[in-house]
Write a protein that binds this ligand. Structure first.
Ligand code: BGC
Ligand code: BGC
Length: 865
């Protein structure tokens, strides 16, 4: 054990040395072309095998080979398929030999978000038994059940939940991360599940990204350290013994690679880093995770140099598997393979060939399995690649102890409520909360507070467990929960009340800072509303810009001579200068989870006036000094944060914070700016597609796309250099769309500012049938259209013309511009030939719109969505 540790830290050191040497003497970073060339492979470290070569390891390999020999093609393909459980029955798991199930972020058991441990066990038992049923020729290979237990077992009712990783990063306590991993593993075990999609290893560069809180820090070394220990906590140390005991689960390092380094922090966006930068920032934590024996790596939804990670053979196979020696399973993310050019959710040999071993096919699994079997039969996927994928999945199953674990409800920890929310969990979670708090301001040393006084507790997050827990809690976006969904939890208010009342003080709770008795001090608890993934992406880091609801509340209190202590709940640093000014003390509390009592522990002194716990947390991310400073990171050449990485006051370290500038007009200017969707190229994150009548999308790449009756090509036009040339043959309906795949953007301010959608078009052959301009937002029945037939027919042939439609035309039909997912679509059943260029959203342009709002009378696609 000690020996092993030394080997690892020596190895980490040599990697550090190798990469930093490389970065300092190689000033010219590789070009994009080079970065994909063979030569670059040599700059990646070569890791030694994480798992010891010994008898135990050989025994596992022998059993894998023995199983593989017995498996039919259908059994192999089923084994490497991961399905969302609400889309499949136990009988189908048996009949299709499914290898893995998951409960998705948005799924509930029996539509009940309060399902109990025994409800879960009863259901999981059925699926497990189905996978073990040999009556139809099955081989009795147990299904592995994956879940997003990312801050404790957060999808399970009544589970004690830890701070999200951002808070753990603030503690700098890797040992704590290991204990959190170990207790989370027991929670997962109690529910009969086997595998968590955690920890996230992202190194977020731009804090506008909606997944900053899922990661520990902006510093790759800190991420590596915390992740390594957390993985050892979840899985135990398997490197010598190869097989986990009943206390542990499989972990997943995610999302590989560079999910935290996309342009503008756009979720599922594109990363253009050189390979040297990939190594230095984004791959670095994976070295530690692989060395710790992580059993799975999840591929990222994002792209590198324009290519989706799920299709990146170089990074998945050449680097991860060969160079870094990862021998576990590469698992796909939610339908992510479907975003590869040429793939759909139900068919994607490209992803398997690139090196994904187990695709996540939540719903379209039936077609996917049939297609994949055909791919192997017809040689599009080789048997060798399929066997390799199966081996890796089985390796994860053996190593995690699943193969001999037995029926979920009969496993040692099954159904034990104590393992879900017992005293040991509560104590550890409360400790984690205490250690995660970062004190940013404590003017006049107002903290710690005496408990025996009149305390007003106010602000939107004071008694709000959904906000305190953040995204991925019970539900995916975590917005549809209330305090009744968390009977096990202590709100921040409840924790304060307990401490103050015990000492004979008085507590009042109000949302809007009103009170009956004038308080001696006010604790104002506020921050971000819960979000997950792209729904949390921001345009800028300003908090409550323009509105400043909580800054005003703080200012009102200060105007009455009441000292203010702010507790800020957020998944990332935000620009809060006005709120800081209006606070005498300011604490960054991140997303603390269910044990809100940890906050009062630190804020309040004992009855003798001595601090009971000091602040220990320091910043895991640099804090911005300007609203537009969304990417300020440790190591920047021009590093000018408000508070640097590692900053944090405590009761012996004081620093007076003077008044800060508060001009946030940038936020409004930004929202009011015209948005270019397509000009020289499409702007991130928008992508052009040809879409046929069955809604099959072909992405416009290398100047081409084709779907059904529509062919797109790049036009070499003298006047508009980057136009798209569309030819609709008229046999079936088809559309030229500009979408943001599986996501959305907020363009609401442009609607408020009388905006219009403008585009340039050069008609070559006028439409022979009704043609519509259609937009869509995320969600059902969320599209709206305007008839553009006349406008196109009347456009002078062969000449560029700018058209525009007021955004209100679409908003009136119910389109939600806050969640726009399709910014442009030209849709017709007829024939049409036209060039399209310069698609943009322009403020103050509604009055001069050229195309009137028209009722949507023509139904073009019968069943479009
Ligand atoms: C997320 C993953 C998650 C998976 C399953 C995806 O959309 O990107 O982080 O593990 O869904 O819920
Ligand atoms: C699922 C999540 C997934 C998300 C993103 C949701 O519907 O429940 O697990 O992460 O979609 O695609």
């Amino acid at each position: 054990m000690t020996l092993k540790r030394t080997r690892i830290s020596l190895l980490m050191l040599s990697i550090l040395f190798a990469t930093s040497a490389l970065i300092s003497c190689n000033q010219t970073l590789p070009t994009q072309e080079q970065s994909r060339g063979k030569a670059q492979k040599a700059i990646w470290p070569r890791l030694s095998a994480a798992f010891a070569e010994n008898e135990a390891g050989q025994a596992v390999e022998d059993q894998i080979e023995a199983l593989l020999e017995q498996m039919s093609l259908a059994q192999k393909v089923g084994q490497i398929t991961q399905v969302e459980f609400t889309f499949i029955t136990p009988e189908e798991v048996r009949d299709y030999h499914i290898g893995a199930l998951l409960n998705g972020g948005g799924a509930f058991l029996n539509d009940n978000k309060q399902a109990s441990l025994s409800d879960w066990l009863a259901t999981i038992d059925q699926y497990h038994l189905a996978s073990m049923d040999t009556s139809q020729g099955g081989l009795a290979i147990p299904i592995i059940w994956g879940t997003d237990a990312i801050h404790g077992h957060n999808k399970i009712f009544e589970a004690t939940l830890f701070p999200h990783n951002i808070g753990l990063g603030a503690t700098r306590n890797a040992d704590l991360a290991r204990q959190v991993g170990a207790l989370t593993a027991l929670q997962v075990k109690a529910s009969g599940m086997d595998w968590t999609y955690a920890p996230a290893l992202a190194v977020p560069r731009d804090d506008r990204w909606g997944r900053v809180y899922e990661s520990f820090a902006e510093d790759p070394a800190l991420v590596a350290q915390m992740a390594e220990q957390m993985i050892l906590g979840y899985q135990g140390d398997l490197r010598e013994k190869h097989i986990a005991n009943a206390d542990h689960i499989a972990a997943t390092a995610k999302h590989y690679l560079a999910d935290g380094g996309t342009v503008d922090g756009i979720d599922r966006g594109n990363n253009y880093d050189s390979e040297a930068e990939l190594i230095r920032y984004h791959a670095y934590p994976y070295f530690a995770a692989i060395q710790a024996g992580v059993l799975a790596v999840m591929a990222s939804h994002s792209s590198w140099n324009g290519q989706r990670l799920h299709g990146q053979k170089y990074l998945l196979t050449n680097i991860l598997k060969k160079r870094l020696g990862f021998d576990g399973a590469v698992v796909g993310d939610w339908n992510s393979h479907g975003m590869i050019d040429g793939c759909t959710n139900s068919h994607c040999p490209e992803a398997i060939n690139a090196g994904v071993d187990m695709l996540m096919v939540p719903a379209a699994w039936r077609e996917y399995i049939a297609n994949t079997i055909a791919d192997v039969e017809q040689g599009r996927i080789s048997m060798a690649r399929l066997n390799d994928a199966v081996r890796r999945v089985l390796r994860m199953k053996f190593r995690s102890g699943l193969m001999s674990a037995g029926k979920p409800s009969e496993r040692p920890h099954a159904g034990k409520q104590d393992l879900l929310n017992g005293p040991q969990l509560k104590a550890l979670a409360r400790q984690a909360v205490r250690e995660s708090l970062v004190l940013l301001k404590n003017n006049h040393r107002i903290l710690p507070l005496a408990p025996r006084q009149r305390v007003l507790v106010t602000g939107e997050a004071a008694n709000n467990l959904a906000q305190q827990n953040g995204g991925w809690t019970l539900s995916w976006q975590a917005r549809n929960t209330d305090n009744a969904d968390f009977p096990q939890a202590t709100s921040i208010y409840a924790g304060i009340k307990e401490v103050v009342e015990q000492s004979g003080g008085l507590v009042e709770l109000s949302r809007d800072a009103s009170y009956r008795t004038k308080p001696d001090v006010a604790i104002v608890i506020f921050g971000e509303q819960p979000y997950a993934e792209w729904q949390g992406d921001l345009d800028h880091l300003g908090f409550e810009s323009g509105v400043h609801q909580h800054a005003k509340l703080l200012e009102r209190l200060q105007a009455q001579g009441i000292p203010t202590v702010s507790v800020f709940i957020s998944g990332r640093p935000l620009w809060v200068n006005r709120e800081l000014n209006a606070s005498d003390a300011f604490v960054a509390a991140w997303l603390p989870g269910t044990e809100g009592g940890g906050i009062a522990d630190v804020l309040f002194a004992d009855d003798q006036g001595q601090a009971r716990f000091d602040f220990k947390g320091v910043l895991p991310y640099s804090w911005p000094s300007l609203i537009e400073q969304s990417a300020v990171n440790l190591g920047d050449a021009q590093y000018q944060p408000l508070f640097p990485f590692g900053y944090g006051l405590n009761y012996s370290k004081a620093r007076y914070l003077a008044h800060l500038p508060t001009d946030d007009s940038y936020a409004l200017r930004l929202a009011q700016q015209a948005r270019s969707i397509l000009s020289e190229r499409t702007h991130e994150p928008w992508e052009i597609y040809a879409v046929d009548e069955h809604n099959t999308h072909d992405r416009f790449r290398a100047g081409k796309a084709q779907a059904g009756a529509l062919t797109l090509s790049a036009a070499s036009d003298a006047e508009r250099r980057n136009a798209v040339h569309g030819r609709w043959s008229g046999e079936q309906s088809a559309a030229l769309q500009i979408n943001v795949p599986n996501a959305n953007r907020n363009l609401k301010q442009l609607l408020i500012d009388d905006g219009a959608l403008q585009f340039d078009v050069k008609v070559i052959a006028a439409p022979s049938a009704p043609t519509q301009l259609e937009l869509a937002c995320l969600g059902k029945g969320c599209d709206a259209s305007v008839d553009v037939t006349t406008a196109l027919r009347e456009s002078p042939a062969q000449q560029w013309q700018t058209h525009s439609v007021a955004l209100t035309c679409f908003a009136r039909q119910g389109l939600d511009f806050a969640h726009l997912s399709r910014a442009f679509s030209l849709l017709t059943k007829g024939s049409l030939e036209a060039l399209v260029a310069n698609v943009r959203y322009q403020p103050n342009a509604a009055l001069s719109a050229t195309i009137p709002c028209s009722p949507n009378t023509t139904q073009i696609f019968e069943n479009n969505h």
